[in-house]
Unconditional design. Structure first.
Length: 191
C-alpha cells in the first residue's frame, strides 16, 4: 500500500511538472498568437497542433513511472549476476563479521557475533522498511570498521546477495544504485 502511495505521489509530481510545463507553453503560444494576430489562420492551427503534442509526453511519463515501481523484495528486483557480484564483495567487506552464512556468526571464532543479514531474524528486524532505508543505513555505518568505503553500486550488489540468500527470486532487472527508487521496494518476510 505504501509503495503504491509513493507511486501516486511520484506520478502526481511528474504530472504536475508537466501541467506547469504545458501552462508555460500555452502562455508562449498565446504570446505568439498576439504577435501573428490575424495574419493567417494556418498559424493558429499549427499552434493548436503544437500545444496538443505537448500533452502526449505527459501521458507517457506517467505510464513509465507506474511501471517502474516493483513494490516488494519478492518481485524479482535483482539479477543473478548482480547477486553473484555481491557475494564476492560481501566476502571481502562483510563476511569477517557477519559470517560466511550471513547468520551473524563471524568467520573468525574470536570475534563477537553480529546481527544476521538474511533469513527470518533479519527480515523480522527490517519488516516493512524499504531497501532505500537499508542502503542508507548500510552506507552510513558499514563495514563497521570503515563505513562508506564501498561504492553505492557495491552496497547495492551486496543487498542483492543478501536478498538471494533469503530466497527472494531473481528477475530480469538489476537493483538500481538509486536511493529514491529503492525507497519504493518494501522488505517483507512473507510474499
Ligand atoms: C567490523 C565488523 C563488521 C563489518 C566488517 C561489517 N559489519 Fe555490519 N554490523 C556489525 C555490527 C557489530 C552490527 C550491529 C550494529 C548495531 O547493532 O549497532 C552490524 C549491523 C549491520 C546491519 C544491521 C542489521 C540489523 O539487523 O539491523 C546491516 C544491514 C549490516 N551490518 C550490513 C553490513 C554490510 C552490508 C557489510 C559489508 C559491506 C557489513 N555490515 C560489514 C559489524 C560489522
Amino acid at each position: 500500500m505504501e509503495a503504491s502511495r509513493t507511486t501516486r505521489i511520484l506520478m502526481g509530481s511528474s504530472v504536475r511538472a508537466c501541467v506547469l510545463d504545458v501552462r508555460a507553453r500555452v502562455l508562449d503560444v498565446r504570446a505568439r498568437l498576439v504577435t501573428v494576430h490575424a495574419r493567417r489562420p494556418t498559424v493558429l492551427a499549427r499552434s493548436i497542433f503544437v500545444f496538443a503534442c505537448t500533452l502526449v509526453p505527459c501521458a507517457v511519463a506517467a505510464q513509465d513511472e507506474s511501471a517502474a515501481a516493483p513494490g516488494s523484495v519478492w518481485d524479482g528486483v535483482f539479477t543473478e549476476a548482480q547477486a553473484a557480484r555481491g557475494r564476492l564483495t560481501y566476502a571481502g567487506a562483510c563476511g569477517l563479521c557477519h559470517g560466511r552464512r550471513l547468520n551473524g556468526a563471524p568467520d573468525d571464532p574470536d570475534m563477537v557475533s553480529t546481527p544476521p543479514l538474511a533469513r527470518a531474524r533479519f527480515l523480522r528486524e527490517w519488516e516493512g522498511r524499504s531497501l532505500g532505508a537499508l542502503l542508507a543505513y548500510t552506507r552510513l555505518t558499514m563495514p563497521e570498521d570503515n563505513p562508506g568505503s564501498l561504492t553505492d553500486a557495491e552496497y547495492v550488489d551486496v543487498i542483492a546477495y543478501m536478498l538471494s540468500v533469503s530466497r527472494m527470486p531473481a528477475g530480469d532487472g538489476e537493483l538500481p544504485a538509486d536511493a529514491r527508487r529503492l525507497a519504493d521496494i518494501v522488505i517483507q518476510g512473507e510474499q
